[in-house]
Design a protein around this ligand. Structure first.
Ligand code: SF4
Ligand code: SF4
Length: 139
């Protein structure tokens, strides 16, 4: 009986305290400024320099480019850009090395899938991943 009363007293004492848990996933969790989340890709900014591919420690980026359709312009434009999130370790190196900020980090981290095949994200998917873009990228 004494134990029950002690338990109730403890519960009542803590009822008014600030919650330390989140009602996830109904309530989104605010991530810190330098959180390394799933990348956003801007195809129009990419100059197909391959620096992201070369620095990636897990070889999870693959890309192809093509000649610029405007003959008056030099260089290439991006054709395909894929990241394999089965092996991406979200290390941030690809975004740090990119000279045009064509690839940047977001604060998004939800990537659960029923099939591993769905963890290959292509240019369109990465382009549309445009929410919660990390502010740190733009300063
Ligand atoms: S975050 Fe790291 S592991 Fe992932 S694609 Fe970029 S360089 Fe590769
Ligand atoms: S480093 Fe940036 S500009 Fe170069 S290929 Fe990668 S995403 Fe494109």
């Amino acid at each position: 009986m004494l134990g029950l009363a002690k338990g109730l007293a403890y519960t009542l004492k803590n009822l008014s305290k600030k919650k330390v848990t989140y009602d996830y996933p109904n309530e989104s969790i605010e991530m810190p400024d330098r959180f390394r989340g799933i990348q956003k890709f801007y195809p129009e900014k990419c100059i197909v320099c391959n620096q992201c591919v070369n620095i990636c420690p897990t070889n999870c980026i693959s890309l192809t480019g093509k000649k610029h359709p405007d003959p008056s312009k030099r260089g290439k434009i991006i054709e395909t850009y894929d990241i394999n999130f089965e092996i991406c370790i979200l290390c941030d190196l690809c975004t740090e090395v990119c000279p045009t900020e064509a690839i940047v980090m977001t604060n998004n981290f939800e990537l659960a899938e029923y099939s591993r095949d769905n963890l290959f994200k292509d240019l369109e998917w990465l382009n549309e991943n445009d929410e919660n873009i990390r502010e740190e990228n733009t300063v």
